[in-house]
Design a protein around this ligand. Structure first.
Ligand code: SF4
Length: 421
């Protein structure tokens, strides 16, 4: 039996491991003008005229062509060009890449490009709209110049507002990323950042507490101390403030960090949270495939090993670096980290992802957990209900509570713990 999800829609659990091909496509452009102080993503400071940029984009396009030849793009309904800073590569190159994705994925209904304000000129907006992008996700992070400097961002608040407004006027759907619990931030400045992006007319906002990652410039600057501005209580209070302000402005929280006006949810991100298989291209990019999808991909990636018996899901992360990929774009030469998941592990993963959504863990997923995990599931459920992390919701769904979201690590850890047999 095979199942085919609607655009951006979830597939009920029992059918998920049988979905034959990817329905979401991610392309990673790992270039940035400068490395931000807090960033541990796969991204490197690169001059926009570095010949590597052109060669890398050409390599991604060659891989896209190979995947189309393999027949695995026919089911793709959402695409996301992320980074890094995709807009750093310039309007012509990014426009050509977007147009290529459009051409090769005939069922596409949503195509997002990540952007930073400093490389989102009018020419870029025009190129994105003309080449078939439908959405732009802008890394604003803050509308306080002092906070932006402390994060190592290269844009200023005025430039950010100006470019977000221009993006809204261009007719693309616009999302902004904002960060809380950052240096120098106060309740008042956080409110101003939220009000500022809302004032530009965006339809989608994502808010994240800053995570201080090891080996970043910020972690070195802090020298192992835990700053008061990043305290868990500060994070919780800023996230609660965001929930009030954004919902007051008509944006509904549909995921722990995501708010949208009606019809403006990100279908691509929803695919990640609802167990829809996805393909990731580019250095550091991740794919999640069913066993069947993996076996199909292996026909042009003979370097990939046989999946072990019992594996129903495979996660692949591209380890080939940006230079290696630019030199040798062949899929057959890609080096990947692999993780094979059993049915139980895949189910636990989907329970954990479902708990990120305000709609919660879907009723059929709850039923499958009960059938597959029995007493282990019932015990975890009792714990989660007793601690107030989840609540019973309509139709047999299980919805995260505000407390569950605030104590996300505890809730997700409890659900992921079910992966152990
Ligand atoms: S722009 Fe984004 S990807 Fe690039 S360095 Fe800053 S945080 Fe990292």
């Amino acid at each position: 039996m095979t199942a085919s999800p609607p655009a951006g829609g979830a597939v009920p659990w029992p059918a998920r491991p049988q979905v034959p091909s990817a329905h979401a496509l991610y392309l990673h452009l790992p270039f940035c003008a400068r490395k931000c102080a807090y960033c541990d993503f796969a991204s490197w400071a690169t001059r926009d005229d570095d010949p590597l940029v052109v060669a890398y984009v050409r390599a991604l396009r060659a891989q896209l062509a190979d995947l189309e030849g393999l027949g695995v793009l026919g089911s793709v309904t959402t695409a996301y060009v992320g980074g890094g800073t995709p807009t750093l590569v310039g309007a012509r190159l990014l426009g050509e890449l977007v147009a290529d994705v459009r051409r090769r994925c005939s069922r596409l209904t949503e195509l997002t490009c990540e952007a930073n304000p400093d490389s989102l000129g009018d020419d870029m907006l025009e190129a994105l709209a003309e080449s078939g992008a439908t959405r732009v996700s802008i890394g604003v992070q803050s509308l306080s110049d002092r906070e932006l400097v402390s994060l190592g961002r290269i844009h200023g608040a005025r430039e950010a507002c100006e470019r977000v407004s221009a993006a809204v006027e261009s007719g693309l759907d616009v999302s902004c990323d904002l960060m809380c619990a950052i240096p120098h931030q106060t309740e008042a400045s956080w409110r101003e950042s939220l009000a500022g992006v809302l004032g530009c007319g965006v339809g989608h906002v994502s808010v994240y507490p800053l995570a201080i990652e090891d080996k970043t410039a910020l972690a070195r600057r802090l020298g192992g101390t835990d700053p008061a501005w990043n305290d868990p209580d500060v994070q919780a209070s800023r996230m609660a403030q965001a929930a009030l302000i954004l919902s007051g402005a008509g944006l509904t929280r549909y995921e722990v960090a995501s708010y949208a006006r009606p019809g403006k949810q990100c279908a691509h991100n929803r695919a990640y949270w609802t167990g829809v298989p996805y393909l990731g291209l580019g250095t550091g990019a991740a794919s999640m495939l069913t066993r069947e999808g993996y076996l199909h991909l292996r026909t042009c990636c003979p370097q990939l090993p046989d999946p072990p018996a019992g594996a129903v899901r495979v996660r692949l992360t591209v380890r080939t670096g940006r230079r290696g990929l630019a030199r040798h774009p062949s899929l057959a030469g890609l080096s990947c980290d692999l993780e094979f998941l059993s049915e139980r592990e895949a189910l636990a993963e989907d329970l954990m992802l479902g708990a990120r959504l305000s709609s919660g863990i879907a009723p059929e997923l709850v039923r499958s957990a009960e059938q597959t995990m029995g007493e282990r599931w019932r015990q975890a459920l009792r714990d989660a209900l007793r601690k107030g992390l989840v609540a019973n919701a309509c139709g047999g769904a299980l919805a995260p509570t505000e407390r569950g979201w605030l104590l996300g690590n505890e809730l997700y850890g409890l659900l992921w713990g079910l992966a152990r047999a």
